[in-house]
Design a binder for this molecule. Structure first.
Ligand code: FVH
Length: 295
């Protein structure tokens, strides 16, 4: 059984909505937690729960071997950590701020220059409410650092996942999953707008929409194999068949006075694939349209 004495002391820099949730989860898991925020008042609840509020970021960093930073963006991270210089020496820095893979790799180089013990870049694929429960948080960087601090990182969410040594991977997975989320949401909103125009409210539409999403989920493993192999035999439906249905979506949208930009864009991708000879292939063949810039 771990106690407050045996759990790794953790520093959390940044107490926005996410930083507060991270620090709260660490406290809940029994870690000694030192916090710092530009606006100290945001530490109130955490201090009431046992966190120690440091008087400066430098003092916070000095408090333990594991430093988690979660600010608005990488510019803020650079602005905060830059002047701290050697204070990070010997510590593992985990950056859960959203950014690009290039920013992650640059920060890794910078951290190495400060003699940090290791730099892990992470991405949080969850909202603050899921932190400490089933949040998926992905990490990339040196595996030894992830392994050493996995118990603390797992207290942020049971979905703590190590992706690989390339520091840029976490940021890349992050945008890949965001792309997925926005495309699913856009499809749902298009459907809600269409049905709304026909007098069906979103609450009525949603159970069927959820079934649709579940069905698409079951297609992914088969399509993944096809994408990796570069061959897209149509075992379910050809692109030609999909395009006929895309035309129905465009016509219905136009007839109901609903925005048809998204359906037209989706059909334009399929049309290009068909013009390239993919009409008899399955939907996964469209990956080739995403692999290079349009034009
Ligand atoms: N909230 C969410 O659901 C998402 C889910 C997925 C990933 N994110 C990312 O987490 C980062 C922080 O997001 P957040 O929701 O905590 O954001 P805010 O509540 O706006 O808090 C921002 C904190 O950053 C501090 N800060 C900003 N600029 C500076 C600076 N120049 N120097 C020092 N600190 C700075 C800010 O301090 P203050 O305004 O309270 O003084 C907050 O602590 C973000 O990358 C999301 O994409 C969250």
């Amino acid at each position: 059984e771990y106690t407050m004495e045996t759990r790794t002391p953790v520093t959390v820099l940044g107490l926005g909505l996410m930083g507060q949730a991270l620090a709260g989860a660490l406290l809940g898991a029994g870690h000694p937690v030192t916090v710092w925020n530009r606006t100290p008042a945001k530490a109130g609840d955490l201090v009431a729960r046992g966190a120690r509020l440091a008087g400066s970021a430098e003092e916070a960093v000095a408090a333990g071997p594991l430093v988690i930073v979660c600010l608005s963006d990488y510019d803020a991270v650079r602005g905060l950590l830059g002047p701290l210089g050697g204070a990070l020496g010997g510590r593992v820095l985990v950056n859960l701020t959203s950014g690009t893979s290039q920013e992650a790799r640059e920060t890794a180089e910078w951290a190495a220059g400060q003699a940090a013990a290791a730099y892990l870049d992470g991405a949080i694929m969850a909202t603050p409410a899921a932190i400490g429960t089933d949040a998926v948080v992905v990490y990339s960087g040196p595996q030894a650092a992830f392994d050493r601090h996995e118990p603390a990182l797992r207290s942020l969410g049971s979905g703590a996942t190590y992706l690989g040594a390339d520091h840029g991977l976490a940021a890349l997975y992050d945008v890949a999953v965001l792309s997925l989320a926005w495309n699913v949401l856009n499809g749902y909103l298009q459907g809600a707008a269409l049905l709304g125009a026909a007098g069906v409210d979103a609450v009525t539409f949603t159970p069927i929409a959820l079934k649709g999403i579940e069905t698409v989920n079951t297609w992914l493993p088969g399509y993944a194999k096809q994408i990796d192999e570069g061959a897209y035999p149509a075992y379910d439906s050809t692109l030609d068949t999909h395009v006929a249905a895309m035309n129905h979506l465009i016509h219905e949208s136009e007839a109901l006075g609903v925005n048809a930009e998204l359906p037209r864009f989706v059909k334009a991708l399929a049309d290009r694939a068909i013009a390239g000879g993919r009409g008899g292939d399955g939907y996964a063949a469209l990956v080739e349209q995403f692999r290079s810039p349009a034009g």
